[in-house]
Design a protein around this ligand. Structure first.
Ligand code: ANZ
Ligand code: ZN
Length: 784
């Protein structure tokens, strides 16, 4: 017979729902947060893993006496809702709402202890109005601007994408090839925060090292200088950005990005054709380096040398100045290019210890060395020369020290319907007019047809200018949904506040998030944007902290048959089915037992069956008082064992080693061969099990004991008890003393019997009928 998990879990969930005692006030706070899901329809196993990790920590922390905040909500705007609307002819709002309600029931079925009173959905007007409010605040601070730009355009999603959303030249969502389009777009000036975003990484507590590195690389700070070349005929200055001013004497040509303004003035047909081709963006690493000569020349400011100006597809307009000095002897990209087009190569840095060193090397020498062919700087090391040449150029007006960041401003406009309307009005007289705060929210019209864009909805589009009252048009772009997720963790604190996005008093109490848990796929974008918003909101005086997430746990993927789960491979595990077959507790237990949280988890049906059997055995444990004969002898042994288990489980949970914590609970159970435990020990065992398998623990507690397990304190252990004690066992044959052995007190009954038999096996004559153990005292062998 298997244990009735269905009835147990249902009963306990109703009990939790009714009592709602998830929060313990007045103790030290602990804000636990999971990345909120997109309501796509059903939760997948990756979600389950994320939330099982979170709920285990939440329950553990509550028993430890923390005031735990553990909220949940929905990242509810986004493209799939619109696609579903077109495919299935359901309005995105309804589709989203239905999905939320189904997924919420799934989360409840797992027994996750969220504070549902704080639930938010970003598509609610009471949420997105604060997106708009924040947009206006940023606008007032000069952190929002509009500009026409060649933007990444996904032809399939029919929308602009941020650079971050283009992965190797493809759309992050549909993998389509990205083209460019010139559009007026809204931007957030995240670059103004580049230095702080970089600097404050040191304020973070426990974050995975690789995530910190990804953040750093994304910001991409680069110290170098701008050197002012001059176009020979027109005399226009062409500044170039370089990190290697020590190689200035080796610059043999200049290269401009195809979008460089000067390039537009060149009428030559071949140049125009090349530029048009090069503008269809391809990712730099996929690209064959190509270029064309402009017929123009530039003057190198340090030696008045005349060098040709080229256009090349590998020079990016968005980085540095959009122009570079090419030093083919010391930069491999320039080297390849120079070889291809027969441009001169001039060595100016010699590797230390190398001989004379000709110019016909195999490739570029990119390392440090000693300067040659560099006038008064000959003989200096590259390091010295970088400073010396920069100073000298600065003094003589030939260049200046600069810092460059790879980070670009955040393009936030999207040509989509299902998102937050940007609160801007275009007036024929006044121009761009922000919607006044008191008119918020600019409501997203819900009376629309599938696939309809806001610009096709007249009642939305046409409005009066808030400034002059004359006819005006609304902005019809909506915001990138990454805006929604950039501050949602603050909204949970005061989800119903209707005069501010968050109340400072609550933010001062709860922030920062003590533990954030989510997928590594958000290592760059979401975390960077959330960090940016936090800093902006601090500058607006709304909150007091600099960093939103103190500690970050990036959970590993769940895979099956060695591969990522996908419909096409047919290896998808449906959480609903698993829960139906084994119950929520077994599911939770297996997910945590199968692998440490940061590692990949290989799904395994045998594994979950094993966890299910473990819970079955616990269900069958019998509880006795110490007066029971059989219990008394084994008591001491179990006290030592449970204290050891408390220590191991506590230490493992603190380190998030849930898998070994569960293994220790299993080891403990294996020791109870006769299925009997005293009350005290069983109580402790249930509390230790509670964070992992809360339903059965809560249920068995009710069955056997008074009160609620949810109110129990996390047990402490006595180090002295754990130390291995020894006891002496008398060995008898038919009641007569035959020998003695000394064994560890916590040795299992079987092992004790085995050692006793070894000791006296020579003395046994006759057939063994029985071996009786009185734990901690004696073994009596009954012989016929
Ligand atoms: C001359 C030079 C000589 C360079 C040399 C390197 C080695 P990071 O570190 O990434 O900042 N560069 C500058 N702007 C560029 C652009 N818009 N598109 C493509 N490349 C660009 O790299 C800075 C270096 O990347 C700059 O230093 C420049 O090449 C190139 F031996 O200038 B260097
Ligand atoms: Zn007006």
């Amino acid at each position: 017979m298997t244990y009735p998990f269905f009835e147990i879990e249902k009963k306990i969930q109703e009990f939790w729902e009714k009592e709602g005692f998830f929060r313990k006030k007045g103790k030290e706070k602990f804000y636990l947060l999971e990345m909120f899901p997109y309501p796509s329809g059903k939760i997948h196993i990756g979600h389950v893993r994320n939330y099982c990790i979170g709920d285990t920590i939440a329950r553990y922390k509550r028993l430890k006496g923390f005031d735990v905040l553990y909220p949940m909500g929905w990242d509810a705007f986004g493209l799939p809702a619109e696609n579903a609307a077109i495919e299935k002819d359901i309005h995105p709002a309804k589709w989203t709402k239905d999905n939320i309600s189904y997924m919420k029931s799934q989360l409840k079925r797992l027994g996750l202890s969220y504070d549902w009173e704080r639930e938010i959905a970003t598509c609610d007007r009471e949420y997105y109005r604060w997106n708009q409010w924040l947009f206006l605040k940023l606008y007032q601070k000069g952190l929002v601007y509009r500009k026409k730009e060649d933007v990444n355009w996904c032809p399939k999603c029919k929308t602009v994408l941020a650079n971050e959303q283009v992965i190797n030249g493809d759309c992050w969502r549909c993998n389509s090839f990205i083209t460019t389009k010139s559009l007026e777009q809204w931007f957030f000036k995240i670059t103004e925060y580049a230095e702080r975003l970089l600097d404050d990484l040191k304020l973070l507590g426990k974050w995975p090292e690789n995530v910190i590195t990804m953040q750093k690389n994304w910001i991409g700070k680069s110290i170098g200088c701008e050197i002012f070349f001059k176009e020979e005929k027109g005399g226009k200055i062409i500044p170039v950005f370089t990190t290697r001013p020590d190689t200035i004497f080796g610059a043999t040509y200049l290269t401009l990005a195809p979008q460089y303004p000067l390039v537009e003035e060149i009428e030559k047909k071949e140049v125009r054709e090349f530029v048009e081709r090069a503008k269809t963006r391809v990712s730099p690493d996929k690209m064959e380096k190509e270029g064309i000569f402009t017929d123009l020349y530039a003057i190198n400011p340090v030696n008045q040398e005349k060098i040709p100006i080229w256009i090349a597809n590998y020079v990016l307009m968005e980085y540095g100045t959009g122009a570079i000095m090419a030093v083919p002897a010391h930069d491999s990209r320039d080297f390849d290019f120079a070889k291809k087009y027969g441009l001169p190569i001039k060595m100016v840095v010699r590797a230390q210890g190398s001989g004379v060193g000709g110019q016909e090397r195999e490739g570029a020498y990119e390392g440090e060395g000693i300067l040659v062919n560099s006038g008064q700087f000959n003989g200096m090391s590259s390091k010295e020369a970088i400073d010396a040449i920069t100073d000298w150029m600065e003094k003589n007006g030939m260049g200046r020290k600069t810092i460059n960041y790879r980070l670009r401003d955040w393009l936030v406009s999207r040509q989509r319907y299902w998102g937050t309307p940007i609160p801007i009005v275009y007036c024929f007289q006044c121009g761009i007019v922000p919607v006044p705060e008191e008119d918020l929210p600019v409501e997203l019209p819900l009376d629309t047809k599938p696939g309809q864009n806001l610009r096709e909805i007249d009642e939305f589009l046409n409005c009066k200018c808030p400034n002059c009252g004359k006819d005006a048009k609304r902005e019809t772009d909506t915001m990138d949904t990454f805006v929604d997720s950039s501050w949602y963790f603050l909204r949970y604190l005061t989800p119903n506040c209707d005069n501010l996005p968050v109340l400072k008093k609550e933010a001062d109490y709860w922030m920062s998030v003590d533990q954030y848990i989510g997928g590594i796929e958000h290592a760059i974008l979401h975390l960077l944007y959330a960090r940016f918003f936090t800093k902006v909101m601090k500058d607006l005086g709304l909150i007091s902290i600099d960093e939103p997430f103190k500690n970050l746990l990036a959970q590993g993927m769940v895979i099956k048959d060695g591969a990522k789960m996908s419909k096409s491979k047919g290896n998808v595990v449906d959480p609903d089915k698993i829960i139906e077959e084994y119950g929520a507790d077994s599911t939770r237990l297996f997910i945590l037992f199968a692998a440490p949280p940061e590692k990949e988890l290989e799904w395994n049906d045998k594994g979950i069956a094993g966890c299910f059997r473990f819970l079955n055995r616990i269900y069958k444990i019998k509880v006795r008082g110490s007066e029971d004969q059989r219990i008394r002898g084994s008591e001491e042994r179990f006290y030592a064992l449970i204290h050891k288990t408390i220590k191991e489980v506590s230490e493992d949970i603190e380190r998030f080693h849930f898998n070994t914590a569960i293994a220790h609970l299993m080891e403990f159970l294996n020791e109870i061969e006769d299925g009997l435990l005293t009350k005290d020990i069983f109580k402790t065992f249930l509390v230790l099990l509670f964070p992992f398998a809360p339903h059965i623990s809560s249920y068995l507690w009710k069955e056997h004991f008074e009160g609620r397990i949810e109110d129990e304190p996390w047990p402490s252990y006595d180090e002295a008890l754990i130390e291995e004690k020894e006891s002496t066992i008398i060995i008898q044959i038919n009641g007569k003393l035959k020998g003695k052995i000394t064994i560890p007190s916590n040795l299992s009954p079987n092992e004790t019997k085995k050692r006793a038999m070894d000791e006296i096996k020579d003395k046994i004559k006759g057939e063994i009928k029985d071996i009786i153990l009185v734990p901690g005292r004696l073994v009596n062998v009954v012989v016929s």
